[in-house]
Design a protein around this ligand. Sequence first.
Ligand code: NAX
Ligand code: ADP
Ligand code: K
Length: 499
Amino acid sequence: MKVFNTSQIRQCDQYTVENDEISSIELMEKAALACFEWIKSQFSANYTYYVFCGKGNNGGDGLAIARLLLEENYKVETFVIQSSSNFSTDAQINFDKYPDSVSFLENDDFEIQQENKKIVIIDALFGTGLNKPLEGNTQKIIQKLNHIKGKKISIDIPSGLFSDSLPSEDQTIFKADVTLSFQFYKRAFLHVESAQYAGKIFILDIGLNSKFIQDEETNNYIISSKSVSDNFKPRDPFSHKGNYGKVALIGGSYGKIGSISLSTRAALKIGAGIVFTIAPNCGYSILQTLAPEAMFISGGDEKLITEIKISTEKTTIGIGPGLGKEKLTKVALEELLKSIQTPAVLDADALNIISENKSMLNLIPKNSIITPHPVEFARLFGDSKDSLEQCELAREMAKKYNIIIVLKGHRTAVLTPEGKCYYNITGNAGMAKGGSGDILTGMITGLLAQGYSPQIAAQLGVYIHGKAGDYAAKKYSQEAMTAQDIIHRLPEVFLNIKK
Ligand SMILES: NC(=O)C1=CN([C@@H]2O[C@H](COP(=O)(O)OP(=O)(O)OC[C@H]3O[C@@H](n4cnc5c(N)ncnc54)[C@H](O)[C@@H]3O)[C@@H](O)[C@H]2O)[C@@H](O)CC1
Ligand SMILES: Nc1ncnc2c1ncn2[C@@H]1O[C@H](COP(=O)(O)OP(=O)(O)O)[C@@H](O)[C@H]1O
Ligand SMILES: [K+]
């Protein structure tokens, strides 16, 4: 699913109005109707709706939503911000059509009856037309709204937020529980500094022109469930274990055998044919017990990995979880990287070793996948001022080193050597626990071994990992789920992909 910037969304609107039999006011009505239907499906008529509108098209959406609510006898109070600018053409039409009176706000002296607990505040003050951070009265109004208790819904984008850039810390922005946005994810919804204002995001289809959407180019995408099922390869009934690849997961050190055992179990459970684990000898009994399907190869020492004895020709390597950074381990990693000809997966301490020996970056086989969290990324490639800048730096580094970078976080981004960015929107805060990343390494390595291209293995891996995490949270709660539960919920993910 493509992510467009504000100017592309505007062009898409315009193209739709010019090429489809729909006028801009009809498009606004469609957008408002989609919001109204969503609101109706979630809230009863017992709520009082306070609709705050600007004079642009976002305000026009708000006025149309307020009218639709009134027509179905919902209790509605509508406010319009008084300003020197005129209504946009379509907002003026919706203002004229509004069947009740509206209150014009010159400052923040509006009243909302708080003792009535069933309150919905609809923010239709500013949309994608915002041209500078809010100040003066609008700023005060939003600050006041942010202190009022009630359900808060932003239309298209929280007022005060820009679609394509991140806010400064002191910027005033409406804090929504839910954002109902039209047709496309906005980039601001995909970065933590801005996404926190949007709450839960629902993308409403308003039927914008599909040819435009197909033809318009972008470098930013969402990994959609459709792209996952389109790329998914069901197992051939006549296949044997040799068809599903040979994986070697390398990692663990004394006290951290758990991490490589999680990776091992994840690789098995994601469908890999044959799995080896290379770990220190202290991991032998643990691994043979926790993952009896996998074969153990000694890493050369009781507590550390000092040698990696595996033919890399037909084996897909995943290295890093719990590995440690001892000198002998570094040497073993260096030797391994020199011997690999095919893409591998590098995580955690494998990346930390490389960040302390930057020339090793050039040893990473091309099209390999590295899976840093933001701090590991910064160790490798330097600091960034925010997550958007870090994402752009990752795009450059993926191109420079010809690798795929899986930049982990609330919205993990997969950056490719062609400069594309694929955001993952599955997953939840229950996964913010030690071990979740080790599982992702095992999953991506297991998918790569099964013949998925590195880019698809990375995209499927992060999507499936997050989706399994969502099933785990549903069953056990975000608090009580542990990383292992992500592995346990993989069956639900596969059964649903196949549907
Ligand atoms: N395809 C779509 O996405 C559709 C979008 N529509 C709506 O149209 C919106 C965009 O409409 P507009 O371009 O009219 O923009 P807005 O409604 O965001 O606001 C523009 C107005 O706000 C004023 N303004 C901008 N920045 C300000 C600031 N910092 N302080 C005070 N005033 C400021 C401008 O002077 C202008 O009057 C979208 O967000 C969406 O809600 C819908 O109506 C229909 C379809
Ligand atoms: N709040 C969150 N929402 C969605 N996914 C999350 C969240 N927090 C963590 N995750 C996911 O959990 C994993 C954590 O990986 P990592 O930071 O390497 O942890 P570790 O290796 O210590 O388990 C990543 O895949 C990340 O995307
Ligand atoms: K808004």
